[in-house]
Design a protein around this ligand. Sequence first.
Ligand SMILES: [Fe+2]
Length: 239
Amino acid sequence: MGKLYFQQWLAGRDFGQKDMNAAQMANFVYAIGDADTRECVLVDPAWDVDGLLEQLESDGMRLVGALATHYHPDHVGGSMFGIHVEGLQRLMEKQPVPVHVQREEANGMRHVTQLSASDFVQHDADDRLEVGTVRIRLLHTPGHTPGSQCFLVADRLVAGDTLFVQGCGRVDLPGGDAGEMYRTLTQRLAKLPDNVLLYPGHHYADKPHSTLGDARRTNYALQVQTLDDWMRLMGGSSF
Ligand SMILES: [Fe+2]
């Protein structure tokens, strides 16, 4: 694998500086690519697409794709709480590239972004994507939404709203499923080693990333012992 290019950019600070909503939502956008071939993808490009593309240009990187963790407008653009969030639609106008989504997320993604089916590449759990010589694994991690996905590149996990440094994504929004989230946290992500670095979809904690080992020690969402306890914590019932 070639030399990794990996950037974590915070909305309202590193891009979208003039947007109060962007600053308040504290979304992270990631740029991942091959530092030798200069190819890269953007993860969840939203809020200020022009600003993100300018960052890539000043880094001398060429955009070859977009990865979407899930269909919420603060990650992919669309309408949310009466505001319009810029996102994939703007990217398609400025610099059209394939948008990589999980198959289970494709319909919701089309609805929220208003893009057409041909803009998306639909993936299955554990598909691989090559960006230059950098390999990214697409992990299907349902719970926050049916087709939420995390991206594993080298020893880094870009987790969207599936897992934060503290806590995990909500499961009470449309498409959320507390039981699936429990299986994601206790089974699908449990195989990853402690030294993997967790890069979340929002800056909700006092640090922007964490090792999975530290998260396992300090994050309540990774410490629940049984599905029944989990369902009580999430305010539902497992029956
Ligand atoms: Fe979300």
